[in-house]
Design a binder for this molecule. Structure first.
Ligand code: ZN
Length: 232
């Protein structure tokens, strides 16, 4: 079965598999969100890589509206449960099986505080990335926000994801050079660049730079516009 992946701007994306909808880093108010037509009418699983507001986004509203299963780092799950969201607390290396879709939390190199309405920073646990493995073995990796880490090689060996979503904007995350290094280390078939262009500066990395860095590697760069989809 193919998985349909739609980029929703910034780090937000949607995966569709056999009628199931998985929403990752649900900041649907991001400046590059492709429009009301792309607002979900259901969410079965919601994943949040870390507590920063540009990733956590509309998690509370969407969690209350659609009641998705929401496997996230333990401390974030406590916060979400208090808000009435069906969060499942987990931690790095652990896998949660939701109707045959396996969600694994893997480490990233970043930070993860959430700023509440009064500007107080709430500790939301350590930031991470996700591997999503479908019942047919097809596997996908969302790096979250991160620099390049050696742990990515372990993630590759354990889960062999084919497609990776990598931040390339630089400043807060790896830039195109770092993302290309990571994609090669993980022996991906394809990489989808995210977390660039939302705010310029500082998120100045471009897919063209990533393509140049990956020239000759055999790794495909899917430079999507927000709202575009690929299948894998
Ligand atoms: Zn962040």
């Amino acid at each position: 079965m193919t998985v349909k992946l739609t980029w929703l701007g910034h780090a937000a994306c949607k995966l569709e598999y056999e009628g199931k909808v998985i929403l990752i880093d649900p900041w649907l108010g991001n400046p590059k969100f492709p429009g009301d037509n792309y607002k979900p009418d259901k969410v079965d699983i919601m994943l949040i890589t870390h507590g920063h507001n540009d990733h956590f986004g509309d998690a509370i509203e969407l969690g209350k509206q659609f009641k998705p299963k929401t496997p996230v780092i333990h401390e974030m799950s406590l916060f979400l449960q208090k808000q009435g969201v069906e969060a499942i607390g987990m931690n790095f290396g652990g896998t949660v099986d939701i109707d045959g879709i396996k969600v694994t939390l893997v480490p990233s190199s970043h930070s993860g505080g959430y700023a509440d309405n009064s500007g107080n920073v709430v500790f939301m646990g350590n930031p991470g990335g996700y591997v999503v493995t479908f019942p047919d073995g097809n596997s996908f990796y969302h790096a979250g926000d991160t620099g390049v880490t050696k742990e990515m090689a372990i993630t590759r060996d354990l889960f062999e994801p084919k497609v990776g979503l990598f931040p390339i904007g630089g400043h807060y995350t790896m830039d195109p050079k770092g993302a290309a290094y990571a994609a090669k280390m993980m022996k991906l078939d394809a990489v989808v660049p995210i977390h660039y262009g939302t705010f310029v500066p500082p998120l100045v990395g471009t897919p063209e730079e990533l393509e140049k860095e990956l020239e000759g590697s055999g790794i495909k760069v899917h430079a999507l516009n927000p709202g575009d989809s690929i299948e894998f």
